[in-house]
Design a protein around this ligand. Sequence first.
Ligand code: ADP
Ligand code: MG
Length: 708
Amino acid sequence: MALSFDSSVQYIKGIGPRRAESLGRLGIATVEDILFYFPRRYEDRSRLVSIASLELGQQATIEAEIVSVGGRRGMRTGLDILEIGVADDTGRIFAVWFNQPYLRHYFKVGERVILFGKPGLYRDRIQMASPEFEIADSEASESLDVGRIVPIYSVPQGISQKVYRKIVRAVLDEQTSKLTEVLPFDIRNRQKLSNIAKSLLNIHFPKDEESRIEAYTRLSFEEFFIYQIPLILRKLRRKEKKGIAFKIDENAIHAFCQALPFELTFSQKCVLEEIKKDMSRPEPMQRLLQGDVGSGKTVVATVAALAAASSGYQTAFMVPTEILAGQHYEKIKNQLATFGHKSQVIPWRAQASRKKKIEIGLLTSSLKDKEREKVLKEIKGGKIDILIGTHALIQEGVDFRKLGLIVVDEQHKFGVSQRALLSKKSLNPDILIMTATPIPRTLSMTLYGDLDVSVINELPKGRKKVETKALDLGNKDEAYAFVRSQIKAGRQAFVICPLIEENPKLELASAKALFKEFSQKVFKDLKVGLIHGRLKKPEQEKVMQEFRDGKCDILVATTILEVGIDIPNATVMLIEHAERFGLSQLHQMRGRIGRGEHESFCLLLTEPNTEDAQARIKAFVAYSDGFKIAEEDLKIRGPGEFFGERQSGLTELKIADPLKQFHLLKSAREEATKLLGADPKLASRPNAEIKKQLYKRFPEFEKFMMVG
Ligand code: ADP
Ligand code: MG
């Protein structure tokens, strides 16, 4: 029976229902899936060596003559052992296989055989145990397993590499002539990409390294190309939509900036210009603002909110934690207050504004019912201009009177689908997403290809680099003495622990235990505070406030401190068991210090017990630039882990690697942009295959295309 692409793998010779089921678990259901299930790696078995030059324990390929074929039963193991002797001009070794009696008829004395395996010493003689093999001059014109570059697949139990290779080969032979090209000819021509049939042949069974790379490039390009399409289309469609063209009151913004205790950095100013330009245009803004920890993103967002308010629109300012919401609320309220005070003489208020003052509100889950109701009413009535809260803000059915701008702060895990949710909330509001996990350029294109991107690439003047040092856990007295000296000088310290409760098994320093040790022994003469995620929200806020007010010298904390906290007088951070934290997480935490005029210090107490942990600590001590750190982190962890959740275009990529193939990704994006510019609905005949591929990879996208 002739199989088609859609045929179940079960009908392929050598597979059957049971094997089909285990393949299904790997996502291989159809004949076509076999074609596009790529090798995990390759082994170069093309180089033949002589028997004399074999090295014990080193995999190698030999070609030799069979000089004996025999069998025996293992004395201790009872295994059925097949043993052949092989020789070439330089020497003689044995090869053995266990419990595969049917192999006996395969080998004949006098024939030549190719073996690939690891020679070992067994009772004073050299033998290869269970090598891969092929009769050298057998009928088969091409060997799949030895004497060549051999593909290694991730195969399920019950299917050997050898069997699987045979299946792939058979499918290739039968199906490649039926393949249709997805990439249009002119793109392939411009980008010098080989055709699909050749690429598939060479990705599975490359003749040499060169043809493997050619195939890898072509297939990666196609994957990038398809993945970029939804992103580009989303962006194009967005630009066609009608959003809000804010009428920004420049005087108000000027007055606000004048009233700030600092001057905006050049970078902040540039980014603000980009944002204001977006906001004043009718198409909805969706801009990603990247900036390292402490680069001053909050104030930029505040100005954007002010711009919206000056045009009569409300802003929803979303942050990941309630502590942070409270902090932003206080800070922005103060900034708006000073500005309000100074701006009394400024004419814009009289003429342009519909009311006297910009109102700011805070909505958290710890609000009492009555307060909550009041806030909700003020939002609905339009009294509140800027509403700060956690992400629940947007989901909890909060009714805005005239929502115009959504700010998402500290959000490095904000996927495409969540973004789509946001704009449903109101009629195409402008969206500003801010992240302090600077994503290397290599990745932002895959991850945020539908957004416009702004970057703050400098820190405010006068920021000092945080001095970072790693110490052995054994040297903690030294670290504690240093903390004490800083507190004597009037500063405050954070001490971070990886776990809340004591866990004797892991012997981790726990926040609670450490708090006890500090407050009763080590720092008993100082004021020590404790904060962790299990404390009730009001309790957390109280502790933070005390620390902020300087009523507490040392704050023992869990990673709850990770995001956003801004307390300039805190100049020391001691991180216990720093090896337990991820690199980006460490960087976020370090960003809590070095925010004021004083020199700041980050001390790590570590016990790095894995290679990765060592690499992390080393990179963390060496670099202070968030972009550099993010890049190192990506290298150590890989993108899937780095972003934690499934992100379109990252973990789903089968062969392409945006980190390693950035230029290819760029070309693919350029080509896709050009093509979609000419045919945004993919309606022309030559693009039909692209559309098919697109819907196959992104079934949910079909609706989007239909709606238009
Ligand atoms: P992040 O980008 O990490 O969110 P923040 O917005 O919290 O950083 O800003 C960090 C600190 O720097 C805040 O105390 C903020 O008031 C201050 N800041 C912001 N911009 C400037 C500037 N241009 N000059 C001096 N300080 C600034
Ligand atoms: Mg921030």
